[in-house]
Ligand binder design. Sequence first.
Ligand code: CTP
Length: 414
Amino acid sequence: MSSLANKRVLLGVSGGIAAYKAAELVRLLRAAGAEVQVVMTRGATRFITPLTLQALSGRPVREALFDEAAEAGGMDHISLARWADVLLVAPATADLLARLAQGRADDLLTTLCLASRAPLLLAPAMNVAMWDHPATRANVALLESRGVALLGPAEGELACGEAGAGRMLEPAELLAALEGRFRRGSLDGCRVLVTAGPTREPLDPVRYLGNRSSGRMGYAVAEAAALAGARVTLVSGPVALACPPGVERVVVETAAEMHAAVMARAGDCDIFIAAAAVADYRPQAAAAQKIKKSAPRLTLDLVRNPDILADVARLPRPPFTVGFAAETDDLERHARAKRMAKGVDMIAANRVGPGLGFDTEDNELLLIREGGSERLPRAPKTRLARQLIESIAAAWRARREPAATGDDHAQGTA
Ligand code: CTP
């Protein structure tokens, strides 16, 4: 049985040539057992008739914001927004992305996107120059930072005769993506907080102390957690990576900012994964003006940064905490010592050195937790992240289950 059985899908269709594919998408969604309510923009009705989508969905298609009959019949726009388990807009035009990025509510579809708390997925379709335009890039980045998931676009021949990115994903691909969202995962309903990337510690207005972390491992971990069904917040230092689909991202620069962003959220999460390469020290004070090269020597006075992972582990009711340890030698001994010193539940240790660790596609991990260890052999970071998330999910459940049966209370009073 499809994971979409009995799910309520609000399918938005905006005005692009790919709107004709919405007919096939509605047919596939219905065949998978979903209830489908189609909402069209005015532009979409120029490309495909509402009657076609009404016949396929089995429900009257909605278009107008002020639809007196629908409002009177109990399906006003707020009820419709609450009805949906998921909102999918396919195709999503450049104009629609811009209106959503701005939070506009100037037609029924954008109003529903604003009024609904259900996940919002967008399948963009447009000319390649429009997709590449800085305005669209900025709108996409803004939407992604709010946790909106972008499905595609694919590269290929476009209806306008050009080739490149801008083609809407095929209906079968959109169906598979939607089914993926509803499949039960090992972290269903779990809230996960992840740190990733480097931090930058300012020396003066133009210089900083940094490190070579690319953020790839942390981003892969955040994506894997989201795919496993978790609600993920990623607190990221400056990196050149796109926010993974469905993940909420908070961008910070310094270790102090990362510490504040994490501490504000750590009490509300079930699992905390510290994958960031946090600077251990920062300049005592950043110079107000650019430091001039007048003196023959320059000595920097550095002070310790807070240890984010250790501070989360010290909370009165800490989440399940996972830290990374990058070591050049004696991996297992250093990793065990780090786990004890920081008081964390699990350490994912990796060797750093030529060809391993920072700035590489591959990695390998040794997982150290209380009473055991597990080796995850060398693999691309995305695959490794999925395995790591499965191990974390199993360890998290094992720690939670005694509490659920009351065992930990029994131990506490024994
Ligand atoms: N970490 C953190 N805050 C810091 C420093 C580190 O949250 N200020 C986290 C990292 O994200 C990582 C783990 O702690 O998960 C290990 O960091 P690492 O730099 O390897 O260890 P240190 O404790 O700094 O020890 P050392 O540098 O001496 O190996």
